[in-house]
Design a binder for this molecule. Structure first.
Ligand SMILES: *[C@@H]1O[C@H](CO)[C@@H](O)[C@H](O)[C@H]1NC(C)=O
Ligand SMILES: *[C@@H]1O[C@H](CO)[C@@H](O)[C@H](O)[C@H]1NC(C)=O
Ligand SMILES: *[C@@H]1O[C@H](CO)[C@@H](O)[C@H](O)[C@H]1NC(C)=O
Length: 302
């Protein structure tokens, strides 16, 4: 029996994507049973980190704190995190009261295969929104992932968010791969989809299939050992496996997809810009952001 955990999506999606009408396989893929085996088979990667000096933030970190979370950019801490399989650090940005600790962020991200980590630019952590709501959102055009609440025990959720970036970056100028004819052809070969959350829309179904594909590649025995009727979704997850290839497998080294974000002054009180300069820069940036893709928002309630 499935525990009372459901995925839901906020009404913030960029497009009015239609709910999928394909039936859910029976039994559905038990995503809530994946984390133990994923943690057992995705080892942490040794890492070191250094804290940034006070004053500057990645622009995304500043703007998400202020515009999405209604929190003060002054309360953000920024770190370079360098894993032993990559000589270039990843930037992590953490609100001082975030549920996720820096160590937890470093640990979970370092368990993802490095070739999957390549798709990510900046990661941000904030306090939960209350009521135990676990929410993550991803700016898929630039590889930035935001975690709110205690998402530490759910590595499948981290894989799911990277899945949204992969979807957007198969061919960035063509839109999401999950909207392409190539994907829809494979989708249509299967009679079912993997679970209720996948029914949300094609993008969420694709991201769930990325989790299925990762489990299949990483855990001995694969998806067949978790769900006997896996053939019901065979064309979907095997297409993801073909598309992502060794991104799903531990090993290798880094070749990052994105340059690091630009830096902005945390605020006039930090002394790096006058109030007027700070406000002008912020206004210009927020205007530019209108040309960026909206974030894909996923809510994990329990
Ligand atoms: C963080 O890494 C960047 C290069 O990616 C480097 O320029 C910067 O000095 C580093 N900062 C700290 C505090 O390690
Ligand atoms: C918390 O959950 C309860 C019961 O589901 C609901 O009535 C309430 O509005 C929620 N509060 C917030 C802040 O979401
Ligand atoms: C990416 O999409 C664009 C626009 O649809 C298309 O012109 C281009 O050929 C595609 N690139 C690749 C590598 O498929």
């Amino acid at each position: 029996m499935l525990p009372l955990k459901t995925w839901a999506t906020l009404a913030l999606l960029p497009l009015a994507l239609a709910q999928l009408d394909k039936p859910i396989m029976s039994p559905a893929v038990p995503f809530d049973q994946m984390d133990t085996n994923l943690y057992d088979n995705l080892k942490s990667t040794p890492a070191s980190y250094s804290a940034w000096d006070y004053g500057y933030l990645p622009a995304r970190c500043h703007d998400v704190a202020e515009s999405w979370e209604n929190l003060s950019p002054y309360d953000m801490e920024v770190y370079n995190v360098t894993y032993e399989d990559c000589d270039r650090p990843w930037v992590m940005c953490r609100h001082k009261e975030a549920d996720l600790s820096l160590d937890q962020m470093i640990d979970n991200f370092g368990r993802l295969p490095v070739r999957m980590r390549n798709l990510v630019r900046t990661q941000l952590a904030f306090p939960g929104r209350g009521n135990g709501t676990l929410l993550a959102y991803t700016f898929t055009d630039l590889g930035d992932i935001v975690y709110t609440g205690d998402l530490y025990p759910y590595i499948r959720f981290w894989i799911h968010e990277v899945g949204h970036i992969r979807d957007a970056q198969v061919n960035a100028s063509a839109g999401d791969y999950s909207s392409s004819t190539a994907w829809l052809n494979e989708y249509n070969k299967d009679a079912y989809i993997c679970d209720a959350y996948a029914q949300t829309n094609h993008a969420e179904n694709f991201a769930q299939e990325v989790v299925v594909a990762a489990y299949d590649k990483v855990v001995p025995g694969g998806i067949a050992s978790l769900v006997p009727n896996y053939e019901d979704i065979y064309n979907q997850f095997s297409t993801v496996e073909g598309l992502m290839g060794d991104e799903l497998c531990p090993g290798g080294t880094c070749e990052r997809l994105f340059e690091d974000d630009r830096l902005v002054c945390v605020g006039p009180e930090a002394g790096c810009a006058s109030k007027r300069e700070y406000l002008a820069a912020r206004e210009a940036r927020l205007a530019e952001r209108e040309a960026e893709a909206e974030a894909v928002v996923c809510s994990f309630e329990h």
